[in-house]
Design a protein around this ligand. Sequence first.
Ligand SMILES: [Zn+2]
Ligand SMILES: [Zn+2]
Length: 434
Amino acid sequence: MSSTAEQLLDSLDERGDTSGPWMLKLYDTCTADPSVAVELVLLRARGDERLIHETMRIVIGLVPFLELPKLVEAVLGEAERAENLDPAIEMLEMIAEQSPEAFHHVLARYFEVAVRFMSADYLLQRSSSQLSVPWARTGKLHFEFLKQQIKTGDERRKGLAWYALLRCGYRKAYDHARVPLNMPPFKPLVLHDILMDVGIAGDYKPLHTEEPLYMVYEIELARRDTPMPGNPDFSDVVGRRDATFNPPERLPHKYPFGGALDVTCGMCRKPLHRMMRLDPVPETLSKVCMLKKLDLATCYSCSGWIEGILYFCHDDAGELTDPWTRRTREAKPEWPSAPIVPTTVTLGRADARWNVLSPFMGNQDRVGGPPVWVQQANYPSCPSCSQEMRFIAQLGRDDYPTTDGGHVQFGSGGSLYAFWCDKCRVSANFWQCT
Ligand SMILES: [Zn+2]
Ligand SMILES: [Zn+2]
């Protein structure tokens, strides 16, 4: 008799189309019996490709958090036996996103598997730094081991150890890794890219906080209807059950969202569009913004069309006073936008396993926490002090209605990212899309 997991996979239609009802069945079956989710992950790690990549993220999300270390061991076992490491590594990377801690008891074993997976040119690719995610939050625990690998290992061992040193959250390890080594992957440009991925800059300055707060709209004006590739009904069926859309713990405040400001855009001269007004600035952002309140705005007509990154000056009360640059000639945006319908949002917390999301997963409308990059990680430099700015908020849904019946969207499946320099009181924002 075939297992429940196999029956589930057998019930997929010929095209492997994970339609809404099928996703619901997956969700309900795995919730009632998480061992089904575990088995689906193991089947995939052995090379069963009937479920697409993004669906596997959901499946892993249905494995109880405390079961993840055991799952890591099982997938590692598969990897150690396998000729082709790709499917097992894919699963390990997804588990690592939700819980680096699930690897901490088997990092020596994982190191061997990851090194086997790396090729010399893989080392040069920025995605290879993803293999080092399991060392996140290990602090100084593996510092000696990693240092030793850099001293005596071959190129691949050196490479992986180097990424892990940058990733582990230990100042001395970071300093050690920043010493340029005489190897091709350790060129300054690669170092810069990896540091952007990890979210640290210069003198060990974190560029984002750890814990995101998820936006919940007073009225459900913002839809998240970007269909996931191969999963058109994802947002309807599973998306709304997600803890990031329904955070169990909410802050007491209501934050104004949308609408317009009195200040005009430096490009098109129309009133700037409010993203949101952080009044008060949440406690979780105390290391990013010392001000008590902060008004974040952009121009949905000009952002990304007339100018890539928009910068704004604020006074010491956090009010937006001026665009950083005001062009002498008025810009004529091709697609002028009205403000988003004004409403309020509350901010909520969810389980830490969702802190690092991937695009197309969960609620990407967040304040603080790690940004969910649609493209390469990119923290803009402050136009005043040239230091990297810190991430402060992201809008990542697909369709925000505007006061004239239109809507704001950031290309296809895109996100708007906002940043802050506390020293200069400058905010910035730009968007990326797929
Ligand atoms: Zn404008
Ligand atoms: Zn600055």
